[in-house]
Design a protein around this ligand. Structure first.
Ligand SMILES: [Cu+2]
Length: 180
């Protein structure tokens, strides 16, 4: 897993929306963008898309397109604020730290599996996301809806995660964008 430092945003526009036409996002092209969106008072926030199916080795770039709020993209992992592990066992956890409006954070995902992540200040508002890397394997059984350690996420977070089946079927699952 390779992390690059966040950098100032250069808005290309419509990159995430452009993914909606396709199925699984194939290897080869540039970073796949996930927008961080929100309204002025932070009561409605989210990742868009909220679900992605990627080939191993693809880079994801979270971009804060929300003018009014800082956001993070943070792996569910015991090493980061002692949360339940919801990324593949051999994957390194990540935390983007706070991204202010216009900032972004990039990460290459190489280990196949299901990655669940959240926004530290907005998990309580259901700001979570899920990325599936590679083809499902039998060794994924029980994951991610029954983590081995039995620790549960807040209901608002669990209900915000798209199902693995939906992600595999559609490749890209758009986030909630009404009013954002
Ligand atoms: Cu947030």
């Amino acid at each position: 897993m390779i992390v690059t430092r966040r950098s100032l945003l250069q808005i290309g526009g419509g990159l995430a929306a452009g993914l909606l036409a396709g199925n699984r996002v194939g290897a080869g092209a540039g970073p796949v963008e996930i927008a961080m969106r929100g309204n002025a008072d932070g009561s409605r926030v989210g990742f868009d898309p909220v679900g992605l199916h990627l080939d191993p080795g693809r880079t994801v770039r979270w971009v804060n397109l929300d003018a009014g709020n800082a956001h993070t993209a943070t792996a569910y992992h015991p090493a980061i604020m002692d949360r339940p592990q919801r990324v593949p066992e051999t994957a390194e956890p990540w935390d983007s730290d706070y991204l202010f409006p216009g900032e972004d954070f990039s990460l290459m995902l190489t280990v196949p599996g299901v990655y669940d992540y959240y926004c530290v200040p907005h998990e309580h508002a259901g700001m979570v996301g899920r990325i599936v890397v590679g083809e499902p394997q039998a060794t994924w059984s029980g994951y991610p809806d029954a983590p081995a350690d039995g620790a549960a996420l807040p209901e608002v977070a669990l209900s915000g995660l798209p199902s693995v089946a939906d992600i595999l079927e559609h490749g890209v699952v758009p986030g909630r964008r009404q009013g954002l």
